[in-house]
Design a protein around this ligand. Structure first.
Ligand code: UDP
Ligand code: MN
Length: 295
């Protein structure tokens, strides 16, 4: 038996579901609302019939949600997970950054690691048979509806530097089936004494689903591939472009020049103006990744 979303503890939907499939994202502050606005516009442009669900916490005021409502997103108010104080302390930003420092890129100040765990509430969305979670710092560049047929748990590899990256998953995009049973099992596993998940939900999900299914790398193309592994870049094959680490809307973005075409593309989706044909974009120049390819 499935319970309607409205009686599941911790989530309060603004209206009924319109499909058995949903793209789901999460916003806990004004910065990620900007991300979700560009993401939702990009998903609408693919012509999908699936719902676009935005889980939002108390950190987001109702006025901030207006652009997402205009894009016909299904807004679902979301409580933080019921986690112990000790767990919350271990995963506070200061502690995560000192215990497991980020050496490959810079996380913006507005990123709170603890908030990431709210993604797990996707498993409470019992109105849906299958969901595709997408981080708010991503764009969908073509129709990806066929991935609703993929099994739980499917995710793409966390590739942005080398072949060794294929061993681990990136939790910015994943396919999952809501189930209260799974949700409860996750809560039990998550907050055990001394549990520390250095990359938060990502480390947890890889541990919870050790036999995860692979999505193609094009379903979660990480922005650093543009300059680290340019031979892997092919605009026309990208389903989801994911701006991991620095965000395209950051004011003092240390890599904005190296990522200029990607940053510009995000702004076009955010503003809803001059969105280019993706297939017309220039692939990176393999000799000089900062410049477009001459051919
Ligand atoms: N998120 C959020 N508020 C936060 C941190 C994360 O809403 O303070 C959500 C948002 O959807 C974001 C995702 O969790 O895209 C994961 O964080 P982020 O994308 O910044 O991590 P990265 O992809 O850089 O590892
Ligand atoms: Mn992300």
């Amino acid at each position: 038996m499935t319970l309607p979303g409205s009686v599941v503890e911790g989530i309060t939907p603004s209206g009924p579901a319109g499909s058995r499939h949903a793209f789901v994202t999460l916003v806990t502050n004004a910065d990620y609302v900007m991300g979700a606005t560009a993401l939702a516009r990009s998903i609408r442009k693919t012509g999908t019939d699936a719902d676009i669900v935005v889980l939002h916490t108390g950190g987001v005021s109702s006025e901030l949600l207006t652009p997402l409502a205009r894009l016909s997103c299904r807004l679902i108010a979301t409580d933080l997970l019921p986690l112990s104080d000790a767990f919350n302390q271990r995963h506070a930003r200061k502690n995560v950054h000192s215990t497991a420092p980020f050496t490959k890129g810079r996380k913006p100040d507005f990123h709170s690691p603890l908030d990431n765990f709210c993604k797990l509430r996707l498993w409470q969305l019992m109105d849906y048979e299958r969901c595709i979670f997408i981080d708010a710092d991503a764009l969908v560049l073509k129709n990806i509806d066929r991935y609703f047929a993929y099994p739980e748990f499917s995710a793409a590899p966390n590739v942005y530097e080398s072949l060794a990256d294929f061993h681990r998953l990136n939790s910015g995009v994943f396919v999952a089936s809501p189930s209260l049973r799974t949700f409860n099992a996750m809560l039990e596993r998550l907050d055990t004494p001394d549990a520390f998940w250095p990359r938060t939900d990502q480390t947890f999900l890889q541990n919870f689903f050790p036999d995860w299914h692979g999505l193609p790398v094009t379903m979660n193309m990480l922005q650093y591939v543009w300059f680290n592994m340019p031979a892997l870049w092919d605009w026309s094959s990208i389903g989801v472009l994911h701006y991991q680490y620095e965000k395209p809307w950051e004011k003092n973005h240390p890599k904005a020049e190296r990522l200029r075409p990607l940053v510009n593309l995000w702004h076009a989706f955010f503003n809803g103006e001059n969105i280019p044909e993706i297939a017309d974009l220039q692939n990176p120049n393999l000799q000089n990744p900062g410049l477009p390819n001459p051919d």
